[in-house]
Design a protein around this ligand. Structure first.
Ligand code: AMP
Ligand code: ZN
Ligand code: FE
Ligand code: FE
Length: 278
């Protein structure tokens, strides 16, 4: 039987609601054979995920969803099998995490000024020790205090990129992000590039520039892409000689994405593994 491969998931090391061990157990229960643990800007969850994966008999692909930027907009870059101790990568991730925290504090200040019942303490209570802070943690604080019913509602009402409370955080330019992932021996795949539900559809020229910098693939099969998006992305990938991946982008109970709702072909995973360290 062909293995079930899901190359994008989040744990409580960033903004997922499952601990790394819970995430791995949930993946095994969902029939996943190979799971990439790709928290935002951190490798914090890898060790616990690996330990649990050995226990339940599934494979982990270590990964990081690196926050990048292009023209002031957020770009997500999946890096697989990278060296989490590579100095330049470590420095960039630390910079992004610090800026994410400052930016979250600023967003909370703006919300308080506008009379929204929330405090910074309530937000930090939602962030695991050492975890990468993100807007979902503000959403969780609002859910915990009953201001909204679900993360979705918080994003729709207060946390979207078009919200008056939205504040940017530092992120590495996307082309440079590809270079750093590669310098750290990793394989770079752009995450959900046409996900308009996130406020923006990346330009094709950005994908071309990232490919020229050595990016290996495009995440095509993702719930935020419709059929036309996927068709166009497959054409782009074919034209640029890029791999095509599919994945769930599971965040536990924080998002509706189900593990293995989209998957990656085993041949593509083999190709990714063949590029590690190259
Ligand atoms: P940030 O990293 O702070 O920019 O927040 C982005 C994260 O919020 C992404 O990882 C998304 O998965 C998550 N997110 C975006 N929109 C929603 C939503 N409507 N419901 C739940 N999570 C969301
Ligand atoms: Zn996330
Ligand atoms: Fe993402
Ligand atoms: Fe993600």
């Amino acid at each position: 039987m062909r293995p079930v491969i899901d190359l994008h998931s989040h744990s409580s090391a960033s903004d997922g609601t499952d601990s790394p061990a819970q995430l791995v157990r949930a993946a095994a229960a969902a029939g996943v054979d190979v799971l990439a643990v790709t928290d935002h800007d951190t490798a914090l969850g890898w060790a616990d995920a690996q330990t649990e994966a050995e226990r339940v008999g599934i494979e982990i692909v270590p990964g990081i969803e690196v926050s990048c930027t292009d023209d002031g907009r957020s770009v997500h870059l999946l890096g697989y099998h990278l060296d989490p101790e590579h100095p330049e990568l470590v420095a960039e991730l630390a910079k992004a995490r610090t800026s994410r925290e400052t930016r979250l504090e600023r967003m909370v200040e703006l919300m308080i000024e506008d009379g929204i019942p929330i405090s910074w303490d309530e937000v930090t209570a939602q962030i695991g020790p050492g975890a990468t802070p993100g807007r979902p943690h503000i959403a969780d604080a609002l859910v915990a205090s009953g201001v909204v019913g679900h993360r979705d509602e918080a994003f729709a009402r207060m946390l979207g990129t078009d919200s008056p409370y939205y504040v940017h955080h530092y992120a590495i330019p996307a082309v440079r992000g590809v270079e750093v992932v590669r310098a750290a021996g990793g394989v770079a795949v752009i995450a959900h590039p046409f996900a308009v539900s996130r406020g923006h559809r990346h330009e094709e020229r950005l994908i071309e520039e990232m490919a020229a910098a050595g990016m290996a693939g495009i995440e095509v099969d993702h719930r935020d892409h419709d059929e036309a998006d996927r068709r166009r992305l497959r054409e782009l990938a074919a034209g640029l000689g890029l791999l095509v991946t599919g994945s769930s982008d599971y965040h536990g109970t924080g998002k509706h994405n189900r593990l293995a709702e989209h998957t990656t072909e085993p041949e593509v995973l083999e190709a990714i593994r063949g590029l590690v360290g190259g």
